[in-house]
Design a protein around this ligand. Structure first.
Ligand code: NAD
Ligand code: MG
Length: 376
């Protein structure tokens, strides 16, 4: 007679990082080939109905596999919606297409929205989930480095407003994040570099060991060595999870994750959404912040130099766009979300590598000098 059919123990993902938020805690699974692990995803799908949200670039690459993996899980009924691709489509009008699909499919409160794609898809899907029926379940399958190390973790969701990036949104945590590192094989080089910029950020604001590792391994990472990618992604998720667990709603320490972002948002907005990638703008922004920190006497001259050299090895920009003026920077920076009572606050480096502060208490002439030096 045939041997009893053993239920094969599924291989564990190579890494699991926890995001500790009390009863809203969730796991981040990291590993190669996890997209096929419908069982892992299904654990975090409480109802029967799933809506996978993706875009026209990611759909031909991964949508079938994702839907198959989920449909293979007993009684899940899986629908999907494919949105246009691009930062310029990160709008409330495009979020409406998600709600339209959910209404057509008659999804109920027990439904789950799955974001399959980069940060744009993740941010929009999360916002759509936060507000559909006043909140349905939501999980993230990020497929860019940017989304895997940053945007899929921590619950910031939303869309752009014509007058400012990410101005409309909600804090809404996913029920799990599933990172398949192999999806990065198809990512364009420029997008890979853009995400690496945020990895460098974690090194600068709180993880000197990661910064040293990057100085030793940048070429491996850029060559998409699977081990190097897994390490850098895991380390980044740990850093993000720790910060978010301490300060979910950005009342304090979470703002440090915005190193380079105030300068960077000015670049993104000034150039028009999508001209500079988010991580590219953050890259130049981090060099500007490091430079200003040195001008204030808060870090050694060697630090801005090391930051610049490391980012150059990732093929990232380290200067302001030639067309931008100091006035343009100032105007756009004045509407930054960190502005309090009319005072601009910046994330600046201070002390040893891995140390930073969020402060409005700095000599303003050093900001002026920095803008003048970076704008030609
Ligand atoms: P993106 O979502 O636009 O993706 C970049 C490009 O890569 C797109 O063309 C996309 O279709 C394509 N793509 C995605 N996965 C792919 C794959 N595996 N193979 C081939 N192509 C693929 O950009 P992004 O850099 O992932 O995210 C940027 C967005 O994320 C910005 O809107 C930014 O504001 C947001 N963001 C949010 C947070 C947060 O905390 N919520 C943090 C950082 C960034
Ligand atoms: Mg960012």
């Amino acid at each position: 007679s045939a041997a009893p059919s053993a239920i094969a123990a599924e291989p564990a993902p190579s890494e699991v990082v926890g995001v500790d938020l009390g009863d809203r805690s969730y796991p981040i699974y990291i590993g190669a080939g996890l997209l096929d692990r419908g069982d892992l995803i299904a654990r975090h799908v409480p109802g029967r109905r799933v809506l996978v949200v993706t875009n026209t670039t990611v759909a031909p690459l991964y949508l079938d596999r994702c839907v198959k993996a989920l449909s293979a899980e007993g009684n899940l009924q899986v629908d999907s919606v494919v949105l246009p691709d691009g930062e310029e489509y990160k709008t409330i009008e495009v979020v409406q297409q998600i709600w339209d699909k959910a209404m057509e499919c008659r999804l109920n409160r027990q439904s789950t929205f799955v974001a399959l794609g980069g940060g744009v898809i993740g941010d929009m899907t999360g916002f759509a989930a936060a507000s559909f029926l006043r909140g349905v379940h939501f999980l993230q399958i990020p497929t860019t480095v940017m989304a895997q190390v940053d945007s899929s973790v921590g619950g910031k969701t939303g869309v752009n407003h014509p007058l400012g990036k990410n101005m409309i949104g909600a804090f809404y945590q996913p029920t799990c994040v599933l990172i398949d590192t192999e999806t990065l094989d198809t990512l364009p080089d420029r997008e890979l570099a853009s995400g690496v910029s945020e990895i460098v950020k974690y090194g600068l604001i709180r993880d000197a060991a990661l910064f040293h590792w990057l100085e030793d391994n940048m070429e491996k990472l850029m060559a998409r060595d699977q081990q190097a990618l897994t390490y850098a992604i895991q380390r980044s998720c740990i850093n993000k999870a720790e910060v978010v667990a301490q300060d979910e709603l950005e009342g304090g320490v979470r703002a440090t994750l915005n190193l380079g972002h105030t300068f960077g948002h000015a670049i993104e907005t000034g150039q028009g959404y999508g001209v500079w990638l988010h991580g590219e703008a953050v890259s130049s922004g981090m060099v500007m912040a490091a430079h200003m920190s040195h001008k204030l006497g808060w870090v050694d001259a060697s630090l801005p130099q090391r930051v610049r050299e490391l980012l150059l090895r990732a093929n990232l920009p380290v200067d302001a766009p030639p067309s931008m003026t100091p006035d343009q920077f100032r105007t756009i920076m004045a509407v930054d979300k960190k502005v309090q009572d009319g005072k601009l606050r910046l994330v600046l480096l201070k002390g040893k590598l891995g140390g930073c502060v969020v402060t409005g208490d700095f000599d303003g002439s050093k900001l002026t000098e920095t803008l003048d030096e970076f704008c030609h």
